[in-house]
Design a protein around this ligand. Sequence first.
Ligand code: NAD
Length: 257
Amino acid sequence: MPLKGKTAVITGSNSGIGLGIAWELARAGIDVVLNSFTDRDEDHALAGKIAGETGVTARYIKADMSSGTECRALIEQAGACDILINNAGIQHVAPIDTFPPEKWDAIIAINLTSAFHTTAAALPKMRAAGWGRVVNIASAHGLTASPFKSAYIAAKHGIVGMTKTVALETAQEPITANAICPGYVLTPLVEAQIPATMKEYNMGREQVIREVMLARQPSKEFATVEQLGGTCLFLCSEAAAQITGTTISVDGGWTAL
Ligand code: NAD
């Protein structure tokens, strides 16, 4: 099944991992729909840049992944949706007894519930097209835990579980559902955690990166957005047609510890 000409919707893709995945898919000839909750010229310009450099059709559609209605509208507006990459995500770090309830709700909505809505809206399109791929960007924190990230870890474990259910519900169809579990990837989401972690551990930037953030990543290297894009492409390939309902870790050995 050639990937050229298929359409991928990547949620939360105006920066970081989602944008990196969009670039890798576009380089393979896949039309891409970028998304975030903003509607700035620069968001649309990103789609224009991808289209200009790769020759695929690239569009940007504004939709807030904290709203179920907007999640479903994104898939409707996309038209075709052969490949769904559920990537949008936010983070908040605090002990559970002082964790702000509104942050809990937002993390569960954006990191987990959005994937329920987009998947529900996309599966009928995949069935009509006779082929589909759902790739959920979970985390090493979908398989293990760390302190102070209760909502994120609940959401990421949740999406790993939901991935398995979607895989079982589509097991006898040419549709697969899998989750990618990255370790630390240096993106704006991780960058934003560095100052607070420096303060908490009373360390400088480089020390915090190596000894705290990458403490559990045996390779001592961040994963890259290109590597995650390549992993998505593999899951979309014919070689991965019998890989469904599972997780692929891209974490420098984190979950082997
Ligand atoms: P990022 O902050 O660069 O990207 C997050 C994306 O989600 C952005 O495009 C942002 O605009 C979008 N987004 C946020 N709220 C949204 C909303 N309400 N509606 C629509 N879009 C919204 O962060 P990232 O590191 O690229 O994270 C992407 C995904 O990868 C997340 O699900 C994150 O949990 C996961 N992840 C990241 C790492 C890492 O180390 N960076 C590790 C494991 C998993």
